[in-house]
Design a protein around this ligand. Structure first.
Ligand SMILES: *Cc1c(COP(=O)(O)O)cnc(C)c1O
Length: 590
């Protein structure tokens, strides 16, 4: 449905035109530090699947010349950060086009670097990385596209002008024919203002009619990723008047895009989108409660299967169900895979992971010992220290299990002091409570490569967010593709993915942290450890059902097909299907 209540539908699949995907961060290539975490990885995986599936799309992001930071941890777990500058010319080609945007009454010029994301069959999704580091700009403006999530909210709003308004202009300058603009999170919401101004003939002045707004709405699609009000990007009236301009601010106020006296980028995006969605079933519900005036659907996230499946597991899939690469749904056919084969492929991924741990830390872990993985942004709601609620209990479980190894990793945002103390607490606990049977290691600099090794090589993936803060989460999906079951709070995607004892285990909801820690210990002690000790065959069966049920579904191949059918070109396939059915009926009647 569009915002006016009428269902929007394309009568036929458009013969020309493209989807323009906008995201503040995109994990494009392991060598390009242009992402910080889940949002960027999702954006990259989405584009990888679009390239594989031949979806006509282009993408826009910022160059982030200085990269997201490199993390160092002191012996006490104190985090320090280094910039990670990279050379765009090593991966991208510069486009000759130049565009300008106005920021605080200055004219800022931007260019774009193009990266070609190539799919399995050669289809290319070009990604344009906007860059303001040009001689004609002032020193401050030259740095606007340097730091991902750096600086204060003034810097952020200026970056969002470059991404949203600059992106729309560069698309035009490049001669692209765009029929769908997809905003991946509210950071890109200003593209709607860019489109509205273009609809009004280019200038910021003039009053838009309902018709003008509808013309913008027909092109826009929005995905929200944030389940709590404080997580949404917001800017004060003073800031928007100063940075965006008085006329624009007044217009956005009139359009109802201010909430509680702040320009709310989620409301702006929702207001101008004909279709909006959350990133998992529950997140859709939570978003509808937060923004009851807007219809918000759910399309559950996924991960790009071949990017996140270990080489050994990929080889096994190729032997057993070669069609999985064209259509991930075929992974469901692994349901009768011999247990020994999946156990063997996983054992090799585990060896590689432990070799990496040894080379990074000097610590030699035991491949036979049950190994848990916990790696994610060190945000406090993720409660990385929940496992240490009762260290005695954990040690007792380790002893019963014949040993327990826990691998941690994760960066705290440089300005997130509570996140940094969380890392310190985990590192302190790791050194205080590690002994012959319990080994806890915190690995530095969680990024793409380490994430892939961890999710493929551990035995169980643990996740302990406080409900309902996890919109979706995707690392557990990477684990599932590698046959690794999750032990997790029923939040985000896990509500849909958990089949108790078949794809993993649920940590039950409790009244407080202590209750949930108790449930975590009980599941470890009474379910995970006994199964691991009892028989390899039964463990292998669990790995097999994990890939078959969850690997086949929680991938971006399925997700992109859903976006195409339900968000980008709704009605198209349905119409075609209907025409076919009618034709078949007619031929039966003859
Ligand atoms: C997959 C991934 C994430 C997102 O995982 P969550 O489950 O959302 O925490 C974050 N960072 C890196 C490096 C990843 O590979």
């Amino acid at each position: 449905m569009d915002q006016t209540g009428k269902p929007f539908s394309y009568e036929t699949f458009p013969n020309s035109g493209q989807i323009a995907y906008f995201s503040m961060e995109i994990a494009i290539h392991p060598g390009m530090p242009t992402y910080s975490g889940g949002l960027g990885v999702l954006a990259g995986d989405t584009l990888r699947s679009m390239a594989d599936l031949g979806v006509p799309a282009v993408a826009f992001t910022l160059l982030h010349r200085k990269g997201y930071f490199q993390q160092h941890l002191g012996p006490d777990g104190a985090q320090s950060e280094d910039v990670q500058p990279w050379n765009p010319a090593d991966y991208c080609t510069e486009e000759p086009a130049r565009i300008t945007v106005s920021i605080e009454d200055r004219v800022v010029t931007a260019r774009a670097w193009r990266y070609d994301m190539e799919g399995r069959f050669g289809h290319i999704v070009p990604i344009y990385l906007l860059d303001t580091d040009l001689d004609c700009n002032s020193g401050w403006d030259r740095g606007l596209t340097d730091h991902l999530y750096g600086g204060d909210t003034n810097y952020r709003l200026q970056q969002e002008i470059v991404l949203g308004m600059g992106g729309v202009r560069i698309a035009k300058a490049l001669g692209l024919d765009v029929n769908v603009y997809h905003m991946n999170e509210g950071h890109a919401a200003l593209l709607t203002l860019g489109l509205l101004e273009s609809q009004l003939g280019g200038g910021p002045l003039g009053a838009p009619t309902e018709y003008d707004i509808e013309q913008v709405r027909r092109k826009c699609v929005f995905t929200t990723h944030t389940p709590v009000p404080a997580g949404h990007d917001r800017f004060s009236t003073e800031q928007t008047i100063r940075i965006l301009g008085g006329d624009r601010t007044a217009r956005l106020e009139r359009l109802g895009c201010f909430k509680d006296g702040l320009l709310n980028m989620t409301v702006l995006a929702l207001h101008f989108s004909r279709y909006a969605n959350g990133v998992a079933l529950q997140h859709g519900r939570v978003s509808r409660e937060m923004f009851p005036e807007y219809p918000i659907d759910s399309i559950t996230n996924g991960v790009h299967a071949s990017t996140w499946t270990s080489a050994h597991m990929q080889q096994l899939f190729d032997e057993e169900v070669p069609a999985w690469r064209c259509d991930n749904l075929y992974l469901r056919n692994l349901i009768d895979l011999p247990e020994q084969k999946i156990l063997a492929a996983h054992a090799r991924a585990k060896e590689e992971l432990l070799a990496e741990v040894a080379s990074r830390t000097g610590l030699v872990l035991n491949p036979k010992v049950l190994t848990l993985g916990f790696a994610r942004r060190a945000a406090t709601y993720k409660r990385a220290d929940l496992l240490f609620t009762s260290p005695e209990r954990l040690q007792q479980i380790a002893a019963e299990a014949g040993g327990l190894q826990i691998l941690y990793a994760g960066k705290a945002h440089p300005q997130d002091e509570p996140g940094k103390s969380l890392i310190r607490r985990v590192v302190e606990n790791a050194s205080r409570f590690s002994n012959d049977s319990l080994r806890v290691v915190y690995l530095e600099n969680y990024a793409w490569d380490l994430g892939a090794m961890l999710t493929a090589g551990v035995d169980v993936w643990v996740n302990t967010p406080r409900r309902p803060y996890e919109a979706s989460g995707t690392s557990g999906m990477k684990a599932a593709l590698n046959g690794v079951p999750s032990l997790s709070i029923l939040d985000g995607w896990w509500i849909e993915g958990c089949i108790e004892g078949v794809t993993g285990w649920a940590i039950e909801d409790g009244a407080n942290d202590a209750d949930e820690a108790e449930s975590l210990y009980r599941k470890l002690q009474n379910a995970v450890v006994p199964l691991y000790r009892e028989s390899q065959e039964k463990w292998g069966r669990m790995m097999r059902t994990t890939v078959a049920f969850n690997g086949s579904y929680f991938n971006t191949d399925r997700m992109v097909r859903q976006y195409t059918r339900n968000a980008y070109y709704p009605g198209v396939l349905v119409e075609k299907h209907r025409a076919k059915v009618t034709e078949e009926e007619a031929s039966l009647a003859r």
